[in-house]
Write a protein that binds this ligand. Structure first.
Ligand SMILES: [Cu+2]
Length: 204
């Protein structure tokens, strides 16, 4: 009888040890992955009740054209069925004209029917002095945002509040002043996410 195969050689000891260590490593990685998944599921979405934006005349890193942009300076996820306060600092102070009968000249859908610009409340703006609007058509929310006709301010600060809907979802905001490119003024930044349009997430 050949005993060479019945007594394990040092080499087969080594192989077994390597296999065992390999199995342990796979097991440990599986446990770690499971923990990571569990903690990822537990991490809550960061929501805010005070939504803040800066409107910049040119978005940093944007295209060569002067594309203005709403830049969120807070999380853009909001709790459902909650009054949210919004502050928009407008640094893009040029005025654009809108038709005098445009519905976008009127504040609509805020909790108290008004918005305020640098502390002065208003319900509508002069058609010659509108810079942008913050509009969420799905929520029938519209706030016209003034420029600075005098031209001596660094920014105009607009505040208002609105109630978020009860259902979770993605909501699009859009500017309706023709501040973009093209003959209509509705191209370029007006039609591009991250500029004059963007999304808010409502979390139930
Ligand atoms: Cu605009």
């Amino acid at each position: 009888m050949d005993l060479r195969h019945s007594a394990p050689s040092p080499r087969s000891h080594f192989v077994r040890r390597v296999v065992l260590l390999g199995l342990l490593a796979v097991g440990a990685l599986t446990v770690l992955a499971a923990c990571a998944n569990a903690s990822a599921a537990r991490v809550p979405v960061v929501t805010t009740k005070h939504l803040t934006f800066d409107i910049l005349p040119v978005r940093p890193g944007g295209p060569a054209e002067d594309w203005p942009a709403f830049m969120a300076t807070s999380p853009t996820a909001l709790p459902a069925n909650t009054v949210v306060t919004v502050t928009i600092r407008n640094f893009d102070l040029g005025d654009d004209a809108m038709p005098a009968n445009s519905p976008y000249l009127h504040v609509q859908g805020t909790t108290d029917g008004v918005a305020s610009a640098d502390g002065t409340s208003y319900t509508s703006l002069n058609a010659q002095h509108v810079s942008h609007t913050f509009t969420i058509p799905q929520l029938q929310l519209n706030v016209p945002i003034p420029g600075d006709p005098v031209g001596d301010a660094a920014a105009v600060s607009v505040t208002f509040s609105f109630r978020t809907p009860p259902s979770a979802g993605t909501y699009y905001f859009q500017c309706f002043v023709p501040c973009g490119t093209g003959e209509s003024g509705f191209n370029g930044p007006m039609a591009t996410l991250g500029y004059m349009r963007g999304t808010l997430t409502v979390v139930a």
